[in-house]
Design a protein around this ligand. Structure first.
Ligand code: DGJ
Length: 360
C-alpha cells in the first residue's frame, strides 16, 4: 500500500486497499486516538448520487492514510420503509455526545430524488464506526418561531399566499421568496432542512446548521443535551442570501462560516462570514478562495472545517462528478487567516504543520 505523507487536493485518493476513498459530503471525528472520516458512499453513474449503500467510514491516525472501516450506516435491508436504496442521504455529520457516550449522526434525508421532503435524518451508534441505527426522519422545530423572527414573516396573509405556491418556489435565488414567508408556511410541519452541518461549541452545546426556506436562508438550531433533538431555540442567519454547504469553526473566540451559493452540483464562488455569536449578527467576508480558480472554489464545494489546534484548520470540500458520482474528488486545503479573514490557497501538494499533527 502507498503511504502518503502529504495531501494532493483533487487527485484520486486510494485507501489502504488501493480503492479511491468513497466518503463524499463528509466530516471528521477525532475519538480515542483515531480520526474517523464519514461520508456519502457513491456508486458509478448518475444514479450513484442517490444512497444505494449508505454512509461509509474510514479511519486514520495521521489524516493522510485511511483504512476502510466499512459502511457505518446501511440503507440496504434496513427494515425501515423510509430507509432503502434510492433514497437521498447527503452531508452526514457525526458528533460524540459525552453526556450519553453515544455517537450521533445527522444527514440531509429525502425519500427520493424530488428533494421535496427537505428533512433531516438522525441515527445513533455505540461505537464510532457504527453500526448506526436509524432513529427518525424529521423537520427542525415544528410549531416554533425562531428567536429572531421578523414580524412581517408572521403575517397570516403572507403565510397563506406562500403556502399556496410553496411547491413552485425555486430553491435557487429568485425575487418571489423574499416577498413571501416560507418560514411561516413551514411552521406547523417544521422548517425545511437541506444542506447541513453540525457544530459542537466549546461549552458542550451542539447545533444543527441547515439551508432552509427553499435554501434562501440558513438556520442555526440548538440541540438538546443528548444531541438527539431540538431545544426550540433557533435563529435565521444570512436571510435571502441562498447558501448551501455550510461549514462552521471557531477561531480565537469568534465563529467562522464557509459555504457556497446554490448551483446544484456545479461549483460556484464560496462564501465566508464571521460572528461573535452563532445567532449573529454575521458579517460576510466574501470568497475565501484567493488563488486563480478561486472564483469557482477550485471546482469544489465546502463540507467541513476540522480544527487541528494551534490555530490550524483543515478545510474539506467535494469536487462533485454528478455523471459518475463515485469519481467525486476531495479538495482538502489549509485555512489561512489574512487580516482577520479565512483564506483558501490552492497548493498542488501540502503537509500539515508539525504542530497540527495529532498528539494523542
Ligand atoms: C448541492 C448540494 O450542496 C449537494 O449536497 C447536493 O444536494 C446537490 N446540490 C444536489 O443537486
Amino acid at each position: 500500500m502507498t503511504m502518503f505523507d502529504s495531501f494532493h487536493p483533487g487527485e484520486l485518493w486510494p485507501d489502504d486497499r488501493g480503492t479511491h476513498i468513497n466518503a463524499h459530503g463528509g466530516c471528521l471525528l477525532r475519538h480515542g486516538g483515531r480520526i474517523y472520516w464519514y461520508g456519502e458512499h457513491k456508486v458509478a453513474g448518475r444514479a450513484g448520487n442517490l444512497a444505494q449503500v449508505g454512509v461509509h467510514v474510514y479511519v486514520s491516525e495521521d489524516f493522510y492514510n485511511w483504512r476502510d472501516a466499512g459502511i457505518a450506516f446501511d440503507v440496504r435491508n434496513s427494515g425501515d420503509p423510509l430507509l432503502r436504496p434510492g433514497c437521498v442521504i447527503e452531508r452526514p455529520k457525526v458528533l460524540f455526545c459525552p453526556g450519553t457516550g453515544r455517537f450521533v449522526m445527522y444527514f440531509h434525508f429525502e425519500k427520493d430524488d424530488t428533494y421535496q421532503d427537505a428533512a433531516v435524518g438522525i441515527a445513533v451508534a455505540d461505537s464510532p464506526a457504527g453500526p448506526f441505527r436509524f432513529l427518525r426522519m424529521t423537520r427542525p422545530n415544528p410549531g416554533v418561531w425562531p428567536q429572531n423572527v421578523p414580524e412581517e414573516l408572521k403575517e397570516p396573509g403572507r403565510i397563506a399566499r406562500t403556502a399556496e405556491l410553496l411547491s413552485t418556489l425555486s430553491c435557487g435565488s429568485n425575487p418571489e421568496t423574499p416577498r413571501g414567508s416560507v418560514l411561516g408556511a413551514c411552521l406547523s410541519a417544521g422548517q425545511e432542512s437541506r444542506d447541513m452541518t453540525l457544530f459542537l461549541d466549546d461549552d458542550g452545546r451542539a447545533y444543527h446548521i441547515y439551508s432552509s426556506e427553499r435554501n434562501s436562508t440558513t438556520h442555526v438550531a440548538e440541540l438538546t443535551g443528548d444531541f438527539l433533538g431540538y431545544t426550540g431555540r433557533y435563529w435565521r442567519i444570512f436571510p435571502f442570501r441562498w447558501m448551501e454547504a455550510p461549514a462552521l469553526f471557531k477561531h480565537e473566540g469568534r465563529y467562522y462560516f464557509i459555504g457556497s451559493g446554490c448551483t446544484g452540483w456545479a461549483p460556484n464562488a464560496a462564501r465566508s462570514a464571521v460572528a461573535d455569536s452563532l445567532a449573529g449578527p454575521w458579517t460576510e467576508l466574501g470568497n475565501p478562495a484567493a488563488d486563480p480558480g478561486g472564483e469557482l472554489t477550485y471546482g469544489a464545494q465546502s463540507t467541513w472545517v476540522e480544527p487541528l489546534g494551534d490555530g490550524t484548520f483543515l478545510f474539506m470540500a467535494d469536487i462533485w462528478r454528478p455523471e459518475d458520482a463515485i469519481d467525486g474528488r476531495y479538495l482538502w486545503l489549509p485555512v489561512e487567516f489574512e487580516n482577520g479573514r479565512p483564506v483558501l490557497r490552492a497548493p498542488k501538494e501540502w503537509r500539515l504543520p508539525a504542530a497540527a499533527m495529532p498528539r494523542w
